[in-house]
Design a protein around this ligand. Structure first.
Ligand code: TMP
Ligand code: ASP
Length: 246
């Protein structure tokens, strides 16, 4: 990969250019942050684990007709992706009440939602990623109304595919965050990553509310055995992917 230059470094990834301006390399780091980077640490092996999990999930979604930025996994930590301009929105889908939904509404942790909830957040560290409404998105011109509809439709489609996949892994997909970008042909592509950093995943074999956690909440809430949990997700994703030929 000649002409490789670092274009951007985020909290969990570094993006490099390639000799093709439409193709980038996304490098997954072991660094972990939470609470708008007020808490920082490292999770051993996280870069490779999340790169592998994300690669499998993007491939699965592509097979189900969801357009993503994923091209190929090129090394343990690196994914080749299409260059996109990331929309400054985090699209969160929730199936079960947890995290900020409980804090902001008083719902009890673990309540099964009557329908999958789609929430939008403003990707803006200075403002602490606030919750948005569709009208606020239009007001701030972060996306058009057609794009908001498209995002909602895609997010719910991703939820269906991933919920069924994780169910087959013996894992409940509680909630997750997606990011989208626009490529040079103005196509809306699912981007960033889908991993235990960006999803809440509960082991169905455990009933204890702390022991069942297989995601970044182990790091956020100092529950310990973070790497073991991430590895368990990877192993189940790999065996389910092999089973399905993903
Ligand atoms: P929340 O309950 O804290 O709003 O998180 C909802 C989901 O979004 C959860 O699966 C974790 C994920 N998430 C991120 O990927 N990045 C973030 O910065 C935040 C706050 C949440
Ligand atoms: N990754 C986010 C941050 O450090 C927050 C989180 O995932 O909880 O700001």
């Amino acid at each position: 990969m000649p002409d490789r230059q670092q274009l951007y470094e985020g909290k969990a990834k570094i993006v490099y250019s390639t000799d093709d301006p439409q193709v980038l390399i996304s490098y997954f780091k072991d660094d972990a942050t939470a609470f708008n980077a007020k808490k920082r640490g490292q999770i051993a092996g996280k870069g490779e684990i999340n790169c592998a999990i994300s690669s499998h999930l993007f491939r699965l979604l592509e097979q189900h007709g969801v357009a993503t930025h994923f091209i190929d996994q090129v090394s343990g930590n690196e994914m080749k992706v299409w260059a996109v301009k990331i929309l400054p929105l985090e699209v969160v889908v929730r199936n079960i009440a947890a995290g900020s939904l409980c804090l902001q509404t008083g719902m009890e942790l673990g309540t099964v939602l009557k329908f999958p909830l789609v929430d939008y957040y403003y990707k803006n560290d200075a403002l602490g990623d606030p919750l948005l409404t569709p009208d606020r998105i239009l007001l701030l011109e972060l996306a058009t109304s057609e794009q908001i509809e498209q995002l909602r439709h895609l997010a719910l489609q991703v939820n269906q595919v991933l919920s069924a996949f994780f169910q087959a892994c013996g894992i409940t997909l509680v909630d997750f965050k997606l990011e989208f970008g626009i490529d040079h042909q103005q196509r809306l592509l699912l981007a960033d990553e889908i991993s235990p950093d960006t999803c809440r995943l509960w082991n169905q074999a455990e009933t204890d509310p702390d022991r069942r956690v297989l995601d970044k909440d182990r790091f956020r809430r100092d529950l310990g055995e973070v790497e073991t949990a991430y590895r368990q997700v990877l192993e189940r994703v790999l065996s389910q992917s092999a089973h399905r030929g993903v």
